[in-house]
Design a protein around this ligand. Structure first.
Ligand SMILES: Cc1ncc(C[n+]2csc(CCOP(=O)(O)OP(=O)(O)O)c2C)c(N)n1
Ligand SMILES: [Mg+2]
Length: 353
């Protein structure tokens, strides 16, 4: 199948269409990623910071009782969605699980709409009826937000089937966790995706834990890039704390799909700093482990030091970016606190009758 080539959005680099040597699960995380331009570093910094500040604010608002139900924060994993997004083109679809606020912000969804959904207000992206795990945007090609572990993998494969059927050149990006990678439907999806050469990038966000269970306790094969071997799906391990490495790998994977060669697996080696959800006793790891990761591998700090070092931005330049991001987040929080709750008549809308 020859997929039509689509117009590239500004800032996208041309990706190599050659079959990567890493296609058979070579560990790539020590290879040097291609450098970002100054503008790309500024963009990555701003976008990752927006996600982090948004999530910190959501955590505070949860503590104040303004957010009910489930809430899973993405803090620590920001480089994954931001690097992936930098390699995507307009029209590529994104689907993920319940740790989804970062994915929505990276897709360009409105911070006010996301925050107001968390607080259950009528201006929320699902009119205040879905909450943290259930938001969608047709306009931004974001297909949720799913609370059932692994469900998004088969749905994301379905999106890729539609792209293939329509020959529209679009690629679907299906994100899931290391825990979800052990779900049965993932492998049914892999089989069909390779059989029909569907344009889907499976992004396994290996943040080392599934709730309180470490990867090594739950997975017989902890190299997730190898999970597609029996289906002939190429895979790579990627340093998911380095936004440049993520974008590099994303470009290879997306191009592979767009060239009609079928699915591709990217294992993003990342880490979540906060608990699984808002109520997590965190007995399964030490504070030192978290601290070490923050100090040595933080994705935002890596870009920040490049901006101050190689790109010679000043502390005041970065403060201006911080202030802009804080304003977006504060406005979102303000809106989400004062917007009214949905009208009771909404109980009877958007339901299957
Ligand atoms: C089918 C199903 N089984 C179990 C659960 C309960 N559950 C919610 S999150 C989770 C862990 C998933 O971990 P992982 O895929 O690594 O994602 P992470 O939370 O680390 O992002 C489990 C078992 C669920 N929501 N759905
Ligand atoms: Mg996990």
């Amino acid at each position: 199948m020859a997929l039509a080539t689509r117009k590239s959005t500004a800032g996208n680099k041309a990706a190599s269409s050659a079959r990567p040597t890493a296609a058979r699960s070579t560990l790539r995380k020590n290879s040097t990623p291609s450098e970002f331009t100054r503008d790309e570093d500024v963009k990555a910094y701003r976008e990752m910071l927006l996600i982090r500040r948004f999530e910190e604010k959501a955590g505070q608002m949860y503590g104040m009782g303004l957010i009910g139900g489930f809430c899973h924060l993405y803090i620590g994993q920001e480089a994954v969605v931001v690097g992936m997004e930098m390699a995507q083109k307009d029209g590529d679809q994104v689907i993920t699980g319940y740790r989804d606020h970062g994915h929505m912000l990276a897709c360009g969804m409105d911070a006010k709409g996301v925050m107001a959904e968390l607080t259950g207000r009528r201006g929320g992206l699902s009119k205040g009826k879905g909450g943290s795990m259930h938001m969608f945007s047709v306009e931004k090609h974001f297909y949720g937000g799913h609370g059932i572990v692994g469900a998004q993998v088969s749905l994301g494969t379905g999106l890729a089937f539609a792209n293939h059927y329509r020959n529209n050149g679009q690629v679907s990006i299906a994100y899931f966790g290391d825990g979800a990678a052990n779900q049965g439907q993932v492998y049914e999806s892999f089989n069909m995706a390779e059989l029909w050469k569907l344009p889907v990038v499976y992004v396994i966000e290996n943040n080392r834990y599934a709730m309180g269970t470490a990867v090594s306790r739950a997975s017989a094969q902890t190299d997730f890039s190898k999970r597609g071997i029996s289906f002939n799906i190429p895979g790579e391990q990627v340093d998911g704390m380095d936004v440049r490495a993520v974008r590099d790998a994303a470009e290879r994977a997306i191009q592979w799909c767009r060239d009609g060669k079928g699915p591709y697996i990217l294992e993003m080696q990342t880490y979540r700093y906060r608990g699984h959800s808002m109520s997590d006793p965190a007995k399964y790891r030490s504070k030192d482990e978290v601290q070490k990761m923050r100090e040595e591998h933080d994705p935002i700090e890596q870009v920040r030091s490049r901006l101050l070092g190689a790109w010679k931005l000043t502390e005041d330049d970065l403060k201006a970016v911080d202030a802009e991001v804080r304003e977006i987040v504060n406005d979102a929080a303000e809106f989400a606190t004062h917007d009214p709750e949905p009208d009771p008549s909404e109980l009877w809308t958007d339901i299957l009758k």
